[in-house]
Design a protein around this ligand. Structure first.
Ligand SMILES: Cc1cc2nc3c(=O)[nH]c(=O)nc-3n(C[C@H](O)[C@H](O)[C@H](O)COP(=O)(O)O)c2cc1C
Length: 417
């Protein structure tokens, strides 16, 4: 954190037009990561009020929260009583995010307890509420915590799935706080959706998204690949998570950071991607195939590097077809209500080819975009038409890949059985 940032935050009283965010911090070892989330929120123009629990102050002191947010900090309802903070802070918020959310704070929120400033604030807030839990795997998996999380989700709160990785001590497992940058992205998306975000319309749904481009190995150092960056698939996964879905993202060769709350499965080839998608799709409500899956792979894999030989032309590379995963998923659905979405990258006759592909693959929606040297691949922007099996056509103007992702989920959500 640089000095300018601290001064900027310190001088900033709630100015008109700045979204008001309450950052609840409870007493987990990951409390220090909330400083980074706070910095990102204030730097991007939010007016942030930090409400730590008494336990949280054992990890990061009130002076840090106060200096970084520019607001006084208290844990109890008995400070500045004339301003009735136990009611006012929640009422005025545009978003409440609790990061980290301990097992204890989740339990209190699920049961409506109100014995400190944070739990009072959670009861008075009428804005979207995001919990980013962090705890040991045993605590996360305990039936009490599972039920508390289910209760909060049923009431419309967005409870982000913890990440897997290193926990407090030497142990690893599920329960790690997602990276602050990714929690910030969730907050940004939820705020952008405004009042609608109070209802996480994909809550209780499991969605599978594939992203990236497969690589088909020729030998240990070479492969046949494509130019897909995976950014559109990542946007779809991140937006679905921000709308409350349980998301399995099957990614091929993207190198992109894991979005918060998303289970990421890494694959390399088309055959590996097929296996992972079929497995995840078994209990999925929707499958979105945004990955660029190679149509062909080398018929032979050379176990040693293929060498140049003096005076000899290289041997031709024989190819074999890869399975058509989109057609297979569409034809053989895990259950009748499962919605399947495909992507088509076309270079010409975009709409006619898209319609034909939608019919041939048998999916419910097809996102068709025109690709070329400077279009779509690797870009942050996209322009597309979403075709539906009933003849519908939704043009999506040139804009962020995230905007296209919102539209895809807007079209998928009403079709979910
Ligand atoms: C070193 C240490 C680390 C802790 N980390 C966590 C944690 O990551 N998640 C959690 O749920 N509880 C954790 N706890 C336990 C909580 O601090 C404890 O349940 C406390 O009552 C939570 O209070 P709060 O929810 O009001 O903040 C930790 C405790 C200690 C001493």
């Amino acid at each position: 954190m640089d000095e300018a940032t601290v001064n900027d935050a310190a001088s900033g009283k709630a100015s008109a037009g700045r979204p008001r965010v309450v950052l609840g911090v409870s007493g987990g070892i990951a409390a220090y990561k909330a400083c980074e989330l706070l910095r990102r929120l204030t730097e991007s123009g939010h007016d942030v009020r930090v409400v730590p629990t008494a336990s949280a102050l054992n990890f990061v002191g009130a002076a840090t929260w106060s200096a970084l947010s520019g607001h006084p900090v208290s844990t109890e309802v008995w400070d500045d009583v004339h301003e009735v903070p136990h009611v006012r802070i929640g009422q005025q918020a545009d978003l409440v995010v609790v990061a980290p959310a301990t097992a204890d704070t989740l339990a209190k929120a699920a049961h409506g307890l109100a014995d400190d400033l944070l739990t009072n604030t959670l009861l008075t807030a009428r804005c979207p509420v995001v919990f980013a839990p962090a705890m040991h795997t045993e605590m996360w998996e305990h039936p009490a915590t599972r039920e508390n999380v289910a209760t909060l989700r049923r009431r419309g709160a967005l409870v982000i799935e913890p990440a897997s990785g290193r926990l407090t001590g030497v142990d690893t497992g599920k329960g790690r706080l997602p990276e602050p940058a990714e929690i910030f992205e969730v907050c940004r998306r939820v705020l952008a959706r405004g009042a609608d975000a109070a209802v996480a319309d994909l809550a209780g749904r499991h969605v599978v998204v594939s992203a990236g481009g497969t690589r088909e190995p020729l030998d240990p150092v070479r492969y046949l690949g494509n130019r897909s960056s995976g950014k559109q698939g990542y946007a779809l996964a991140a937006v679905a998570a921000a709308r409350g879905a349980r998301v399995t993202l099957i990614e091929a060769n993207t190198g992109l950071p894991d979005p918060a709350g998303v289970d990421v499965v890494r694959v390399g080839t088309a055959l590996q991607l097929r296996e992972a998608v079929l497995k995840a799709a078994a209990d999925a409500d929707a499958v979105v195939m945004a990955a660029a899956v190679a149509d062909f792979r080398p018929a032979e894999y050379a176990s040693g590097k293929i060498k140049k030989k003096d005076g000899q032309e290289p041997a031709p590379v024989a190819l074999v077809r890869n399975p058509d995963i989109l057609a297979e998923i569409s034809a053989d659905r895990a259950h009748p209500g499962q919605v399947v979405v495909g992507f088509a990258a076309e270079t010409d006759d975009v709409l006619a080819n898209g319609r034909e592909k939608l019919r041939r693959k048998g999916c419910d929606l097809l996102v068709v975009n025109e690709v070329g040297e400077r279009k779509t691949f690797g870009s942050e922007q996209n322009e597309a038409v979403v075709l539906t099996a009933d003849g519908g056509e939704t043009p999506v103007p040139y804009g962020p890949k995230e905007a296209l992702a919102e539209i895809v989920w807007d079209l998928v959500a009403p079709q979910l059985g």
